[in-house]
Design a protein around this ligand. Structure first.
Ligand code: PXP
Length: 245
């Protein structure tokens, strides 16, 4: 069975909506670990729209499991990764105008650049994962650039109309088997939910699933009643709460 990597970018999204200090993704990573997360993933974007450099630095110091840094393959990000030393780097394509990562990396057409960055990371003992679509030529190109892992993009499966789900699942199974056969470790993620995760969790070759949005959404659902109760308590008993301190 795959392990669970929890992506906490969306917690930082809520904080950045107000440019305040809460919710703090560093504190929430601690809770995610208490809940059983096997690793914590953050995507430090060029525009710093959610995770900030400070988050990454503190997460490196406080995480008890593993830190997976998602990033674009740029000189700036490489420098940060070499300094922070996450347990793994996942290289992803990044566009300024996208809401979330769209599509996998095109390894085939960026072999020289990727090989170079992977080599630099390897010299610092940081394994690299490449976020790719479940296509044979991208898997083969990932071996050529010396990646340790590929992360199969599950977005097409997650978004497929009912009659196409089987086809998308078969593509992922085939890709996972192909990648393993040529020596790659396999992770997967994007768009997975409580409703669609089980068939993916049953794919033998997958080491880890990276899941973010649905877990953060669910945490609001299961936590909102308690949060409102606590606020009501303060408002209904202002005098006793005032003197509690
Ligand atoms: N894997 C990668 C490479 C991603 O970019 C993301 C989204 O940040 C995820 C997994 C998690 O996707 P989701 O938030 O849809 O679970």
């Amino acid at each position: 069975m795959p392990t669970l990597g929890v992506n906490i970018d969306h917690i930082a999204n809520v904080r950045e909506a107000r440019k305040t200090i809460e919710p703090d993704p560093v504190q929430m990573a601690f809770l995610a670990e208490l809940g059983g997360a096997d690793s914590i993933t953050v995507h430090l974007r060029e525009d710093r729209r959610h995770i900030q450099d400070r988050d990454l630095r503190l997460l490196r110091e406080t995480i008890h499991t593993k830190l997976n840094l998602e990033m674009a393959s740029t000189a700036e990000m490489l420098e940060i990764a070499l300094k922070v030393k996450p347990d793994m780097v996942t290289l992803v394509p990044e566009k300024r105008n996208e809401v979330t990562t769209e599509g996998g990396l095109d390894i085939k057409n960026h072999k020289i650049q990727l090989k170079e960055i992977i080599k630099e990371l390897q010299l610092s003992q940081i394994p690299t994962s490449l976020f790719i679509d479940a296509e044979p030529e991208q898997i083969e190109a990932s071996v050529e650039v010396n990646a340790t892992y590929v992360e199969l993009h599950t977005g097409c499966y997650a978004l497929a109309q009912k009659e196409k789900i089987g086809l998308e699942l078969a593509k992922l199974k085939e890709a996972a088997a192909r990648a393993t056969n040529i020596g790659l470790h396999v992770n997967a993620g994007h768009g997975l939910t409580y409703q669609n995760v089980v068939p993916i969790a049953l794919i033998n070759q997958i080491d880890e699933l990276n899941i973010g949005h649905t877990i953060v959404a669910r945490s609001i659902a299961v936590g909102l009643i308690q949060a409102v109760k606590e606020m009501q308590e303060l408002i209904k008993n202002p005098i006793s709460n005032h003197f509690k301190k």
